[in-house]
Design a protein around this ligand. Structure first.
Ligand code: AMP
Length: 461
């Protein structure tokens, strides 16, 4: 998972990209990068680390030009790989090109092997390079046509921003798995993974870049085309469940309100006799408030989050991840003591986080802990850019709910149904969202779900 931002037509392009990336920091903390274009050439800075650590005033000053794209990258394996930091920059037959990618190409390994057999040399492990190699091989006369030819060969998810010395091109895959929005800041055109980046700088949201749409912006203005065969859009429901920032409007709906609806629906489907509802910060909070509203059980703050540690899942090793939960969350004894507590979290992946949280709440004096999850059991790996372990490591893929409840030591455990999730996002029949992590129904061909490792850091955009 990653965050991307781009702006064309503002003399503060790199400063605004810095702000945009800062707003998208939750989408990736491993590396950050900005490439700016001044009409003739590129200025580049990409480093491992958080946006605020990677860029200082002198770096931003050096990133001259009226156009820029930026990228924040998600870490999964924990291996620090500077070579995979984006935006990627290349020099090829049509000149300079930079690209920032959010998504995952499911046929990248095959395409890469074919390209390597034909003599291609790759500088990193990222599947984004495959796109550039395919473009470089194309005989099409223009950049846009080369992109279309290259992207016609790839499968999977991509929200992409390309930068040339004189233009930005934004493309979203025909399924629209990953978000990408288009906005205006005075005369400038802005692209961002999420609307929260536009809000930060006072830009207005125009609309989503549509699934399958290509938008070109240069000094002549903005042009849109739909060069790919129309496919049924299947936006990622997990963006609403967990990944996106709650103040964003995602796929046309408020993330915060959607999460509240998940919680309200959950309360109807999975009631509990309890004194108190608490949420696991941050992603479980809106659903916990929804649960409280629908059930009438009072909401309170029983867990406090430290803001000085990153998302626990990002820690590389199991041992550190265990420790990370304690680093991140602390229980409020006075709130929890002697209470029957409903704890709402957004998802259970391996179950280790929930187990720690339940233990912590009981240690703080709660008499009962009823875990409620504002999404269905995560049973299938994601191949479209959300970091998930192999199927065998997903606790719900191998264990029934009662067994998971025992493992996490909860007095009861209840999940939102697939139908309930669909109803809360306005898609009761799972037709317009990808829910493959819950249903196993992948909208594009996946070769061998049981054996094939899902998205790894190396393959992630
Ligand atoms: P686990 O201990 O593996 O069950 O982790 C579950 C926790 O990780 C939940 O509290 C989620 O908020 C969070 N989570 C779920 N999916 C992801 C993901 N793809 N990346 C990072 N964190 C996640």
């Amino acid at each position: 998972m990653c965050g991307i931002f781009g702006i064309f037509g503002n003399s503060e392009a790199s400063n605004l990209t810095y702000l945009g990336l800062h707003a998208l920091q939750h989408r990736g903390q491993e590396s950050a990068g900005i490439v700016s274009a001044d009409g003739r050439t590129f200025h580049v800075r990409r480093e491992m680390g958080l946006v605020q650590d990677v860029f200082g005033a002198r770096h931003l000053e050096a990133l001259a030009g009226r156009a820029a794209i930026g990228h924040v990258r998600y870490s999964t394996s924990g291996v620090s790989q500077h070579k995979n930091a984006q935006p990627l920059t290349v020099e090829y037959s049509l000149g300079k090109l930079a690209v920032a990618h959010n998504g995952n190409l499911t046929n990248a390994p095959q395409l890469r092997a074919e390209l390597e057999q034909q003599g291609a040399i790759f500088g990193g492990d990222s599947d984004t390079e495959v796109i550039i190699h395919l473009m470089a091989r194309s005989r099409a006369p223009t950049l846009a046509k080369q992109m279309v030819e290259a992207l016609a060969k790839v499968q999977g998810s991509y929200s992409l921003l390309f930068l040339t010395p004189t233009a930005i091109v934004a493309v979203r895959d025909p399924h629209g798995f990953r978000p990408l929005v288009l906005g205006k800041l005075r005369d400038a055109t802005v692209f961002a993974s999420e609307t929260t980046a536009l809000d930060l700088m006072g830009a207005t949201l125009l609309r989503e870049v549509d699934p399958g749409e290509m938008v070109v912006v240069d000094d002549m203005g903005m042009r849109s085309s739909r060069p790919f065969p129309a496919d049924r859009p299947t936006r990622c429901v997990f963006e609403h469940v967990y990944f996106a920032k709650p103040d964003s409007d995602l796929f046309g709906a408020s993330v915060y309100m959607t999460r509240q609806r998940f919680g309200m629906q959950l309360a109807l489907e999975q009631p509990a006799a309890a004194d108190l509802v608490i949420g696991v910060p941050d992603s479980g909070i809106p659903a916990a408030i929804g649960y409280s509203k629908a059930s009438g059980i009072p909401y309170d703050v029983g867990l406090i989050r430290s803001h000085y540690v990153g998302r626990t899942f990002i820690e590389p090793q199991q041992s550190i991840r265990h420790f990370g939960v304690k680093l991140k969350l602390a229980a409020v004894r006075e709130v929890l003591k002697g209470k029957r507590v409903v704890v709402v979290d957004d998802s259970i992946v391996r179950g280790t986080t929930s187990r720690k949280i339940v233990t912590m709440i009981k240690a703080a004096g709660a008499s009962e802990v009823h875990m409620r999850i504002s999404s269905p059991p995560t049973r299938w790996p994601c191949y479209y850019g959300i970091d998930t372990p192999r199927r065998a490591e997903l606790i719900a893929a191998t264990q029934p709910v009662e067994e998971i409840a025992r493992f996490i030591t909860a007095d009861s455990l209840g999940y939102l149904s697939v139908e309930g999730l669909g109803a809360a996002v306005g898609d009761p029949e799972s037709k317009t969202f990808c829910m493959a992590c819950f249903t196993g129904k992948y909208p594009t061909p996946i070769r061998n779900v049981e054996d094939e490792a899902p998205v790894r850091a190396a393959a992630r955009g």
